[in-house]
Design a protein around this ligand. Structure first.
Ligand code: DNO
Length: 366
């Protein structure tokens, strides 16, 4: 496996490349041009700038997270074709600088969604939290109204400056079903995957976070069956999945070890993190350590190891610890601890493999 670390770019991240360099094992900077709007073609000079910055520290920029998909593509509007063309041009440019994987998502309106970005754990650290009843009880249009009248009611993702756009999007998604979303994804993949293949870039769809419908919006990258269906929409190694244990793990019905086993060859990029899920459906992000949450992190790593995984991997959201001020979920310290944990598991798996094969050797010799 090849270890990566997500970085939001110069001036846009509290963590520096110099600091990342001091975390053992990191080879790849997982990056994006975060100031580009979904649907825009990325400019080559900006791409090259990131490449140069990363290379100064000996990192490669093999993984992009994300080239975002324009809502018109998810909605299947006639205007989608121009955005798909832009996407193709971006793929071609990224190939020129050596990118190997593009992570993207197909979530309507919202990317990941939480109700609290700084929920306190017992030890005083804070982390991203999702309160299910709060989200279930929201009528999105009412919330738009409420925030417009009093910005104090805002939630992450519902910032007052997004409100106008949000109400338009909710309107546009009225009547859009999961089947429509599958069809629109199929259309997108049939256009994009051949271009990705020609350019030797693996497309890797990110699961929906949380992996169930919110605010009545359809969501499809939610479970093993749906991921199987998505991988079949275009049967190609260039149509893959970013298997994110944290996103999928917040539905306890998802068996992550089984998913790694089934999809291993179609996972060019793995996100490994832990999340603690409560009986009422709430969940909070925890340290990466198995015992702190509900995800079988060690089992997942063992499944990757067993499958001979050679793809990219990164720790994912961390808690905010040691008084760090950072982007929610994207501090230095807890993600660095996460990396050491993942590397530790991997080394011990390697060790047992080496022992088993040398035992076998001895058995053969005698
Ligand atoms: C959150 C991330 C997601 C992810 C996108 C991929 O921290 O896991 O925002 O990058 O969904 O397109």
């Amino acid at each position: 496996m090849k270890m990566g670390f997500r970085w939001y770019g110069e001036g846009n991240d509290s963590v520096s490349l110099r600091q990342i360099k001091q975390i053992p094992g990191v080879e790849t900077i997982v990056w994006a041009l975060h100031d580009r709007q979904a649907g825009e073609e990325w400019p080559m000079d900006k791409i090259l700038e990131v490449k140069q910055q990363a290379e100064q520290y000996g990192f490669n920029i093999d993984v992009v997270e994300s080239v975002n998909v324009h809502e018109d593509i998810k909605l299947g509007l006639p205007t989608r074709d121009q955005y798909i063309e832009n996407y193709k041009r971006t793929i071609e440019k990224l190939a020129k600088v050596g990118v190997k994987v593009i992570c993207y998502n197909f979530m309507p309106v919202f990317d990941w969604l939480r109700t609290d970005l700084y929920k306190e754990h017992e030890d005083g650290s804070t982390a991203l939290f999702f309160e299910k009843a709060k989200v279930d009880n929201i009528d999105p249009m009412e919330l738009v109204d409420k925030i417009a009248k009093n910005p104090d009611y805002t939630m992450p993702g519902w910032e007052p400056e997004r409100l106008e756009n949000l109400s338009k999007l909710f309107e546009a998604y009225k009547g859009v079903t999961e089947e429509d979303l599958f069809n629109n994804l199929e259309y997108f993949l049939k256009e994009i995957v051949p271009v990705a293949a020609e350019n030797d870039i693996k497309m890797a769809i990110h699961p929906d976070d949380p992996p169930f419908s919110i605010f009545g919006l359809p969501r499809i990258v939610t479970n093993q069956e749906n991921i199987r269906r998505i991988l079949k929409l275009v049967e190609s190694p260039y149509n893959g999945v970013t298997l994110c244990t944290g996103s999928l793990g917040s539905n306890p019905g998802n068996n992550l070890v089984e998913m790694v086993k089934e999809f291993a060859e179609r996972i060019p990029f793995a996100h490994v993190r832990n999340v603690k899920v409560y009986e009422n459906g709430d969940f909070i992000e925890t340290s990466h350590w198995q015992q702190d949450g509900s995800v079988d992190v060690a089992g997942v790593m063992a499944a990757y190891h067993e499958a001979g995984f050679t793809g990219y991997i990164r720790p994912d959201h961390g808690r905010h610890i040691w008084d760090e001020q950072c982007r929610p979920g994207y501090g230095l310290y807890d993600r660095a601890l996460g990396i050491m944990y993942l590397l530790g598991i991997w080394d011990s798996l390697e060790l047992s493999k080496a022992k088993t094969s040398s035992n076998n050797l001895e058995l053969k010799t005698f």
